[in-house]
Design a protein around this ligand. Sequence first.
Ligand SMILES: *Cc1c(COP(=O)(O)O)cnc(C)c1O
Length: 394
Amino acid sequence: MSEVLSWVSEELNHLKQAGLYNTIRTIGSPQGAWLQVDGRRVLNFCSNNYLGLANHPRLKDAARHAMDTHGMGPAAVRSIAGTMDLHVELDKRMAAFKGVEAAVTFQSGFAANLGVIPALVGKEDVIFSDELNHASIIDGSRLSGATIVRYAHCDPVSLDKVISAERGKYRRALVVTDGVFSMDGDVALLPEIYEQARKGKALLMVDDAHGEGVLGKGGRGIVDHFGLHGKVDVEVGTFSKAFGVVGGVAAGDGKIVEWLRQRGRPFLFSSAMTVPDVAACLAAIDLLEESTELVEGLWSNTEFFKGEMKKLGFDTGRSVTPITPVMLGEAKLAQDFSRALFEAGVFAMAIAFPTVARDKARIRVMISAAHSTDDLEQGLHAFQEVGKKLGVIH
Ligand SMILES: *Cc1c(COP(=O)(O)O)cnc(C)c1O
């Protein structure tokens, strides 16, 4: 390796020594309750496949059929020749599903945040951002050039304080928060945040990536959960979690969505979602609109698993959703725990700095409607064994 690159090896070694090096596992099976991981069959506690849709026959059939009628790729960005009738249908179906005026899809949730935030605010403006917001919100905010003012996590009083202190110095303001926080599984206090945003004459945006398909009636998301229809200016979402596919969406006020079609840079400069992805997303919406059974299954699995984990003596933090952090503290302990679980046939990843604070390393368990009670019991047994062995529980 050339001398100018020696820093890369040094940094990689630092990560390994600190227990912060990401070991990336290879999955050799479809997503589901069980996975083939690095050649072993293990119980899957890692994926965002909340409803088990990632390998659902209806989604696969829809994708196959659409490939026959529409081919594979869009071969263009949305604004040139990449908007197929399927994309228009998905935009409309998402708007209806969310109960908003309009929606526009992006290639991913990450791309949606990079598109939406810079379209709404710029150099003369201010963004009030929850301190634990997702990386894509942070990056979208930085790209916008607006001043970023963070408020204490899930704290409307802190939001009120920063708005009072800073709002007057700027032209426009945007309040932005994750709906469900992906590392802790807690939920933004959206009604209070809405009040503060309105008082501060700020636009309100929520990123519902972990709320869609999970919260609200039949998985309609956090706005539905709190009954805030018409009050949140723009909701960003993803098709890569509960929907089981890939893609992103911005939904909300009709004028904002029209503006995003003119000024959302990933819409204008990156090719549209592929045909099978769009078709599979449409099938996922069909399933969610037909029945609430999967969402209910997800929640009953969640309640069972978390209840049992608490009985065993584990600390599941402040989660109120299927995201179940098992708080361990040191990154090294979390990695050892994850490795021992894997030996016991359970795939649950350790999450450490910089994804979470240095002393807040954890195992994050993702519960799915695809898990059977048997699966969950096997997982609980493994947690109990490893927890005792490593002295986390007694
Ligand atoms: C996962 C996630 C994203 C990114 O979504 P992708 O579709 O995977 O790019 C954005 N925001 C939040 C809050 C997320 O949890």
